[in-house]
Design a protein. Structure first.
Length: 120
């Protein structure tokens, strides 16, 4: 097993894949935000249904907006009221509880956005 590498240590936490040091003291200047997926706005709003990492609960995620935080929170509030559920805004992505892809798509298309349903 010569092609193995350390991924996580109980003493220090996650390990950087490049420099093999703890992420907190990484020498290759790779930040935690770079390790997480970033969604770049390209003018198309994507709506996706997710259950992974949520204990089997279904959520609708909406991302791809080129809006500031306040406008995104206001839009999320309107979507939550329309769907009659809870939700949140995290890392430029709106998360709505439950499967509301069709409702959200109709609302955003009426608002003038170009919308795609992503995933399966």
């Amino acid at each position: 097993m010569k092609d193995t590498r350390l991924v996580y240590s109980t003493e220090t936490g996650p390990i950087c894949p490049k420099c093999q040091k703890p992420v907190s003291s990484c020498t290759c200047k790779k930040k935690r935000s770079e390790l997480q997926p970033q969604f770049k706005p390209d003018g198309i709003i994507r709506i996706r249904r997710e259950t992974k990492g949520r204990k089997g609960k279904t959520v609708t995620t909406v991302f791809g907006f080129d809006l500031d935080d306040q406008a995104l929170k206001a839009l999320a509030k309107d979507l939550k009221q329309l769907c009659g559920t809870g939700g949140s805004v995290k890392d430029g992505m709106i998360v709505i509880q439950g499967d509301h892809r069709d409702t959200v798509k109709g609302f955003l298309e009426e608002g003038g956005y170009e919308v795609k349903i992503a995933g399966g």
